[in-house]
Write a protein that binds this ligand. Structure first.
Ligand code: FBP
Length: 552
């Protein structure tokens, strides 16, 4: 197969391991720390995880390996959305496993959790692994979003594990997948299957982090990829001086991606969903906030700008969430059919007007017709509005356009407003991992094997101190139950890993808040440029601004 020169060069890149893992698996010993407790709801979590709760945090150190030698047959899956570096978790795991004993086996289960349920796997060998080193994507074995959570599923996984002689399963996924890893680990322990379960923290959204996990992998590369293109757009905007660009960036719920891109590129506007919710901001308030920037810049002769909109924003606007809830009720069950049978949009509009409360209809009526129709077109399998499909970048640019028209009529705004729209998401999820993600992921995989070899289960592979150079990174593991609390999901109380939203008193947001008024009016754009893979360390190994600010 033909490959690009960069691909070839990346195959040969040797990812950096934390200093304490560099002498080879025979020279890694374990140091156990304090017993742990879950972040909240301790009694309930303890009762649900009697075999895996309260275990000790651990770190690895240089020293003689004291684990009991045993042939390992490890199964690995990728779970959820793609994130750059997933391949390197697998290559790190493979290298450690083979370094410990050439006869150890790594099986890659295909298509995410489904692979474990269908017993559909491939056995890795050197050639296979070598052709995926330091590359983006999850195509090595594919991924999937099936949740592994029922006893029935766990029984099938156990059966398949037995068939293949698995000693451990590694789940590479986000908060939900690792919640499932904890439940599977508990099931395996309770049933004395002898199968260990280890998780690895993945997601470009950056919302799987806490006092133990400093960052999920993929966030670094994805945000650098979006920031490169946002920077290019800013430079184009500053050259042509004729467009306002509304750029939506991925992040299903949390606004970490938007915030990091803003810290990297200093746009005029960046909305943060968590702030919108905390301040109970209405659509009109958000619209005015953006329109004020457009107006002030126009007064300076700058009829251009850049606004970053997080993908999950509309769910954070309280009045919009209330509207969505009413629409879901309005079209529940058979009512969808009756609605679809109405002859034209006017008839549907009248139906909506009668069906919604006055306050919900007032919000609905504010929306551009295109967005109004979107709310009724795209439904998920349960008949609910698919909020993630709403083109919020177009929603806000339309609302701003309408507001500016009013201001023009009132004589307060005299500029020109021409908007362009972009959505950056899939462009970043399979990029070649940055050196940071290549190193971090390889280390997470290598470390996952060390946890297996030392007999741990229900642990998340943990590599910390990651804002420093790799030789100072600290490798270890943390019981997943430590990160769990009880939350209401689909009408029931469930033990889950707490999702990390943007903290409004955290350093990244505070830095943004302190600077954004200036950025809104002046042109302070910064241009991060493309990810550099080869060259000086300060250019190639630099991590995110978020992490640098969080870690001080
Ligand atoms: P994960 O939470 O599984 O890491 O996926 C995150 C994400 O990339 C979001 O940013 C985005 O909203 C979503 O996946 C898109 O999902 P899909 O790939 O199913 O379209």
């Amino acid at each position: 197969m033909d490959i690009s020169p960069l691909q070839k060069a990346r195959y040969e890149y040797q990812p950096k391991l934390p200093g304490m893992l560099r002498n080879g698996v025979a020279e890694i010993c374990v140091k156990e720390g304090a017993e742990t407790a879950s972040v909240a709801d301790q009694d309930k979590i303890k009762a649900l995880f009697p075999n895996t709760y309260g275990k000790k945090e651990i770190t690895f150190e240089k020293g003689t390996n004291t684990s009991v030698a045993k042939k390992q047959v490890v199964g690995v899956i990728l779970s959820g959305g793609q994130a750059p570096g997933g391949h390197n978790v697998i290559t790190g795991l493979y290298d450690a496993l083979k370094a410990a004993d050439k006869s150890n086996v790594l099986l890659g289960f295909k298509g995410g959790p489904d692979g474990l349920l269908k017993n559909d796997f491939v056995e890795f060998d050197d050639d296979f692994i070598d052709s995926y080193r330091n590359t983006g994507g999850f195509d090595i074995i594919g991924s999937g979003r099936t949740k592994l959570e029922t006893e029935e599923q766990f029984a099938i996984v156990t059966e398949n594990a037995k068939k293949n002689g698995l000693t451990a399963i590694v789940i590479i996924g986000g908060d939900d997948s690792n919640t499932n890893a904890a439940t599977l680990a508990e099931y395996m322990a309770a049933n004395n299957t002898g199968v260990q379960v280890i998780g690895c923290p993945k997601t470009i959204d950056g919302d799987l982090k806490n006092e133990d996990i400093e960052a999920s992998f993929g966030f670094d590369t994805a945000t650098k990829t979006y920031s490169e293109v946002i920077g290019n757009i800013e430079r184009d905007a500053n050259s042509a001086k004729k467009y306002w660009h509304f750029i939506k960036v991925m992040g299903r719920s949390a606004s970490h991606v938007a915030l990091e891109c803003a810290l990297e590129t200093q746009p005029n506007i960046c909305l943060i969903g968590e702030e919108v919710k905390a301040k109970n901001m209405s659509l009109a308030q958000i619209t005015n906030y953006i329109a004020d920037s457009v107006e002030k810049r126009a007064a300076n002769g700058d009829n251009f700008g850049v606004a970053i909109i997080p993908e999950g924003i509309v769910e954070f606007v309280p009045e919009f969430s209330a509207l969505i809830a009413e629409i879901n009720e309005l079209l529940a069950g058979e009512k969808t059919e009756a609605f679809n049978a109405l002859p034209d949009w006017q008839a549907k509009y009248d139906f909506i007007k009668t069906g919604l409360s006055a306050s919900a209809f007032a919000v609905f009526d504010l929306l551009p017709v295109g967005i109004q129709q979107q709310l009724f077109l795209e439904r998920d399998p349960h008949g609910n509005v698919q909020v993630s499909l709403i083109e919020s970048e177009k929603l806000f640019s339309e609302l701003v356009k309408n507001e500016l028209a009013k201001r023009k009529a009132a004589g307060t705004y005299k500029g020109k407003f021409s908007a362009l729209h972009h959505f950056f998401g899939y462009e970043g999820r399979c990029a070649f991992p940055s050196n940071f993600d290549a190193d971090y992921c390889y280390s997470l995989g290598y470390n996952a094997f060390m946890l297996i070899q030392y007999g741990y289960t229900g642990y998340l592979s943990k590599v910390s101190n990651i804002s420093k150079s790799a030789d100072e990174w600290v490798a270890g593991g943390m019981p997943i139950t430590k990160m769990m609390n009880i939350e209401r999901r689909n009408g029931a109380d469930k033990p889950v890993i707490r999702k990390a939203l943007v903290e409004l008193d955290g350093k990244p947001f505070k830095y943004f808040e302190a600077n954004r008024d200036k950025w809104a009016v002046e042109t302070c754009f910064t241009y991060p440029g493309a990810i550099q893979y080869f060259g000086p360390s300060e250019v190639c190994d630099r991590t995110t601004v978020t992490l640098a600010l969080e870690q001080g």
